[in-house]
Design a protein around this ligand. Structure first.
Ligand SMILES: C[S@@+](CC[C@H](N)C(=O)[O-])C[C@H]1O[C@@H](n2cnc3c(N)ncnc32)[C@H](O)[C@@H]1O
Length: 230
């Protein structure tokens, strides 16, 4: 079995404090891309402690959050509100009802998917759970953020060699807004070419892409892809 990030109770709790990458870089763009979701059915894949599930419900959606980690889900359940249902499950294997969601969100989850074949599986599964013309929004660490040393979030070499080492393993360090550094290992790196072509090959049409910097560092650290089920 491929090695994956261990979400201990401590790390799940530490991840609840805002992070520059998630809160300052990715969130504003994702919220803008979600647009008007009043009355929409959304699935938050790898929902963690429910950060985006709650944001989507606050905007009028009905949300199913799926995560395989007990500690993350315990935190999510504590803050659960009307119109959110949390399920414990692995998005590589979970069976959700087919063609039943208008919207799927995959935020900071690809970095924890341990192989190119499992990324393909996750995109295929997601396509199956979406209604026709349903939208998939993906938020990720930007794949060019390798060894760049951003003050907000950095991908550092592990066994991964370089940008073209698709599916390789890296360490990452992400800063919370209170200055604390959180370390993640392993995180997996996928090239933009692989992510975009996999979306196309699994039956999505790419609608928009955002490359988002942190302040004026001059390189992107966040990537948001918006795709529609064909
Ligand atoms: C970095 S956290 C992001 C959480 C949330 N999406 C957010 O934006 O706050 C990644 C989450 O993905 C979950 N995850 C990773 N691989 C998964 C899988 N195969 N099935 C279900 N959950 C998964 C982890 O348990 C973890 O809670």
């Amino acid at each position: 079995m491929a090695e994956t990030q261990k979400w201990t109770k401590k790390l799940a709790k530490e991840f609840e404090v805002p992070l520059f990458l998630k809160d300052a870089v990715l969130t504003p763009v994702i919220i803008e891309e979600l647009g008007n979701i009043k009355g929409k059915r959304a699935v938050d894949l790898g929902c963690g402690s429910g950060y985006f599930s709650r944001k989507m419900v606050a905007r009028g959606a009905r949300v199913v959050g799926v995560d395989r980690n007990k500690h993350q889900l315990d935190l999510a359940l504590r803050k659960s509100t009307r119109n959110i249902r949390y399920l414990k499950g692995d998005i590589i294997r979970t069976h959700l009802p087919a063609a039943s969601f208008d919207l799927a969100l995959l935020n900071l989850v690809n970095v924890e998917i341990p192989s190119t074949s499992t990324v393909i599986k996750v995109f295929k599964n997601t396509r199956g759970w979406l209604k026709r013309n349903g939208t998939l929004v993906i938020g990720d660490v930007h794949p060019h953020n390798l060894g760049k040393g951003s003050a907000a979030d950095s991908f550092l070499p592990s066994s991964g060699k370089d940008y073209f080492d698709n599916g390789s393993k890296w360490h990452s360090e992400s800063y919370r807004i209170d200055g604390k550094k959180l370390k993640f290992y392993p995180n997996y790196h996928y090239t933009i070419e692989f992510l975009v072509n996999t979306l196309i090959e699994t039956g999505f049409r790419l609608e928009r892409m955002h490359e988002i910097p942190y302040k004026n560092e001059g390189f992107p650290i966040g990537l948001v892809l918006v795709a529609r089920k064909e």
